[in-house]
Write a protein that binds this ligand. Structure first.
Ligand code: GLC
Length: 380
């Protein structure tokens, strides 16, 4: 544990930046040298669990500095290095033009619970409120949200998205060209992702909590109501009643690929205890589906698209394990949570702080200086 912490602090030291007056941490100096939205939310949580409260706040402040006037928080902020990046975002701003899973209110709730710092909360609340209302208007049909780009999912290459572009071009083997087409506006991508909406649900609860903590009781109530309506729609639209799992929705149809996202409603705490129990027994602990030596693969083993070594296609990601761990704890499945914590720890001890891992043999994949794998320190 001590060696692991030492190695992690070394990575943090290398990945911390101070640019244009903002202090933040890049996901990996080797491969991801900018600021990313949900990464920074995870970084903030990691800093809190390491006792570095100021750093935790700075991740949030620097991310909010990139917020657009309309309320959108972009998924990438460049700060001076825009030219180095190839993607054309259709904006003159030094940011991307799409968002990422809305984890920020949860991170702020964690900061508040640890510090009781009302000043900080008052400083950020209005901006958060603007972001969550932007999500409702720009990404909402009724209550559930859709994403407009695979990158908004945070799970860039999940095979679920293949189904969307293959409808347009069944012979196509690669998602890459579609990602660019979407940004140019020549291909419409509109999917209700289970992870994105689970994160959103959990964060609506955080917003309600934060509002009431600073005395905005009407706002708190409004968020509670939105939560309730969103939860109802989540169940109605995304649940496959036969299988007892939630699937992404595209053009009113489920995309029936079993991914680790089926466990995200645990994090949103929207399942009944019996449903949670069944989900865990039938799917999570099933060695033919998700319980590999180094769980939890992003795609179930029995799916055609399962590839244990590939980016989001069946490899193991520590942030996904963290969501599942927190979800298990919500339902008091402490032993299983502990088992997942131990396996995640042994994965990182064996292979280092990689971006992701082979879910069968535990080999590190992607850069080895990746910050959010430090979420193992928040599995407690
Ligand atoms: C990749 C991941 C995305 C992450 C980014 C930076 O694009 O898919 O979720 O935010 O890298 O780490």
């Amino acid at each position: 544990m001590e060696n692991l912490l030492k190695a992690f602090h070394e990575i943090l030291r290398k990945n911390q930046r101070e640019i244009e007056g903002y202090r933040f941490t890049v996901p990996s100096s080797k491969v991801y040298p900018f600021q990313w939205l949900w990464d920074s939310c995870f970084h903030s949580i990691i800093y809190l669990s390491l006792g570095e409260v100021e750093r935790a706040k700075e991740e949030i402040i620097s991310i909010l500095a990139g917020q657009w006037e309309n309320g959108m928080i972009p998924h990438m902020i460049y700060r001076g290095s825009f030219k180095k990046h190839r993607v054309k975002w259709n904006t003159t701003k030094n940011t991307s033009s799409i968002t990422q899973p809305p984890m920020i209110a949860y991170s702020v709730e964690r900061i508040y619970r640890k510090t009781d710092d009302k000043n900080f909360m008052e400083k950020v609340f209005e901006r958060l409120d603007k972001y969550y209302s932007w999500l409702r208007t720009a990404r909402g049909d009724k209550y559930l949200l859709y994403i407009e780009h695979p990158w908004e999912s945070g799970q860039d290459d999940l095979p679920v998205w293949d189904q969307v572009y293959r409808k347009e071009d069944p012979s196509s083997k690669t998602l890459r060209s579609y990602k660019i087409k979407i940004l140019k506006g020549s291909f419409r991508f509109k999917v209700k992702s289970v992870l994105f909406n689970s994160v959103y649900l959990r964060n609506l609860r955080s917003m309600s909590f934060l509002a009431s903590a600073i005395g905005l009781s009407e706002k708190a109530l409004a968020y509670k109501q939105i939560y309730k309506l969103t939860e109802e729609e989540f169940r109605k639209d995304l649940l496959d009643t036969e299988m007892g799992v939630f699937f992404a929705l595209h053009e009113n149809k489920h995309i029936k690929i079993k991914t680790a996202n089926i466990f995200l409603p645990l994090f949103a705490k929207m399942l009944k205890t019996e449903e949670a129990k069944q989900l865990i027994e039938k799917y999570l602990l099933n060695e033919d589906l998700f319980w590999t030596k180094y769980p939890v693969p992003t795609v179930s083993i029995d799916e055609h698209s399962f590839q244990p070594n590939r980016y989001w296609r069946g490899s193991t990601w520590i942030n996904i394990n963290w969501f599942i761990y927190k979800g298990l704890k919500e339902y008091n499945f402490d032993d299983i949570a502990e088992e997942l914590r131990q396996r995640s720890f042994s994965l990182v001890s064996k292979s280092g702080f990689h971006e992701y891992y082979n879910s069968i043999n535990g080999m590190g994949r992607g850069p080895d200086d990746f910050v959010w794998s430090g979420l193992i320190f928040d599995m407690n």
